[in-house]
Each structure stands twice: as C-alpha cells, then as structure tokens.
Design a protein around this ligand. Sequence first.
Ligand SMILES: [Zn+2]
Length: 375
Amino acid sequence: MAKEKNEKSYKGLMIRIIVAIIFLGLLFSTYFIKDDIETYLNSIFYPEVSNDISNSKLVMHFINVGNADAIAIELPNGEHMLIDSGDNNNTSREALISYLDNNFFESGEEKTFDYFVLTHSDADHVGGAALVLQTYKIEKCFRPNQYTEAEAVEYNITDSKNIVTTQVFQRFVNALEEENCEVEFFTVNSDINFSDFDINFIAPLETTYSDVNNYSPVMILTYAGVKTMFTGDAEKEVEEALLNLYDGYTGEYASSVLDIDILKVGHHGSDTSSTENFIKALTPSYAVICTDGEAYGHPSQTVLNRLENNGVKNIYRTDLNGNIIIGVSEDGVISANLGTYTKGFKIEWYQLVLLIGTIGLVIIFSVGVKRKKKR
Ligand SMILES: [Zn+2]
C-alpha cells in the first residue's frame, strides 16, 4: 500500500515537472515577440502615446549616440535632414552609421540627406560629420558662423571667438571641401519653406558669441500644426534673447512663435539651458534629451524637475529610452515609438516572465497537494 502511494506521488511529481518545463518553455518562447509585448503593454499603461508611427508623414529619429546629438528627420515631402553627427569616438560614429543604414534609410533607397545641419563645432556634434559627408550624399550643408584658421584668413574673419582650432572641426571642413556640396553659413534668414511644412531659424541672433554652444541655431519645424524646436546646445543667453524678442519678457508667455509641442532639450539637459521662463514660454508636451546620463552630470535634476513641474507629460531620454522616434501625422497626431517609457519606468519582458513564471510554478506544484494530504 505504502509502495503504491509512493509510486503515485512520484508519478504526480514527474507530471508536475513536465508541465512546469512545458510552461516555462512556452513562457520563454515569448522572448521572440518581446518587443511587441512591451510595446503593447506600455501603450495600455500610457495610452496618451501611440506607439504606431506608420501613419506619420514627419518622422524624427533622435539617435542614441551617447552624450551627443544626432537627429535624422524624414520630412513630409520625402526629403531627409540630419542635425549633428554624434560624438568624436568610434562607438558613437558606429552607432550613428549603423542606425542610419539599418533603421533610417529604406533598403534600396538612395542614401541622401537633402539638408545636413551642423549646429556648432563641439566634438559631440561634429564628431561624425566627416564620416557622414563621406558616406552619404549631402545636398546642402548648413554650418555655424565658425571657421578654421585657414578659412578665417580666406573669409577675413578677425574675431578669435569665431575661429576653431580643433582637429575634428578641421576634418569636417576638409570633408566639406572634398565632397563639394552646397554650403550655407546659417542665420535667421536660412528658413526652409515648403507648402506643407516650414523650418524656421530663430537663432543665432548674433554673429559672434563667447560661448561656442551659443552658435547653435534654434530651429522650429512646423507641420500639421505641430511645432518641434531644435536647440543644439544653445544656452540661457540665447533663450533670454529669444524671450526678449518674442515675449517682451511680459511674463505672460503668450508668444505664438515660442509656443511649441515638442522640444529637443538644449545642451543635453544641462542647467546651462532650459531656464524656467523659457520652458514656461515653450509649453512643450514632449521633451527629448540626448544624453548618456553620465557625462557632465547631464541631464540636470533641476531641468528634469522644471520640465515636469511645467507640465511636460512625456520626457524621453536616449540614455533610458534608446533611439527615440517621434512621428507627426497629416492630422497633427503625435506618436512616439519607444516601447520604453518616461521617467525611467517601463514594463519589461523579463519582469513579466518573472511574475507569470513564479505564479505558474506555484500553481503547478501546489494544486491538489493539500487535498491529497487531507485524505
Ligand atoms: Zn553638445
């Protein structure tokens, strides 16, 4: 009798183990649709963001290139724009080129940028510029009012603040000459206008700045009533000048020029930019910070709090969200393709597997056990 009982419980245990193995196998096989599961769940928990960018005619890719900027844009007319080129190291350059080749350009498509905007000469913006010029066809390059020493002589530039002596900037200028593309030193008159979208340059407002970051253009891309502001690394000084120009510093923040929807946060989220008054004037719903989350203490907690306190619902960071894609449809609907979410929180596949796995195993090994004991 005892032997029979033992055999029975041994058999029962074997069945439970087999069921557990099949269960775990099925559970882990969901790894292959991990991204879909995460996207689906996060879209339920954060329904204000649609993860589907397939209806978007304007698609902006904020590429994860470290504590640096690289933003590739599919414009509504099918043209391509690139703003900055990542950092001056191989990891960043490889991340940029690999993303552009595999995720930005469609296969078989001619790899062309109709506009390449280099915001300013810092290494974390110009780092991959020479490579970009050599790798892709660039129709037109917008460059800041900054010159190499040789160019300064050629263009009769005398203020040393406009002269850049770094090797990485020199390599960019050399590549520019070799590739022979159209070049424009951008100003507030560099606007790009089409029937259904506009890119307005509202800064730089000066020709010479003591801080290199402030040479950055501030551009507003308007499409289907949605405005996106690109800031490069422009700092407080530029923000204040823009507030003076467009808001008269009334504190009422009524300017329609500065009232935007999506903000590429200035200078990697540093507190040298994104002043309280500026954020209040912009009232963005979306903010994107291009950062590795480590270098120079970027992004600043003060700036993160400021964005949140001013009602910015969606704060995306390349260090937390990876590559960030934001799309705008013909009807002005904004979609974000992250699969990951804001404020450092995201439902991840492994968390689900842990939860369901634990519950499942508890059920498999406990159901029926108590009842048996009672008998
Ligand atoms: Zn920078």
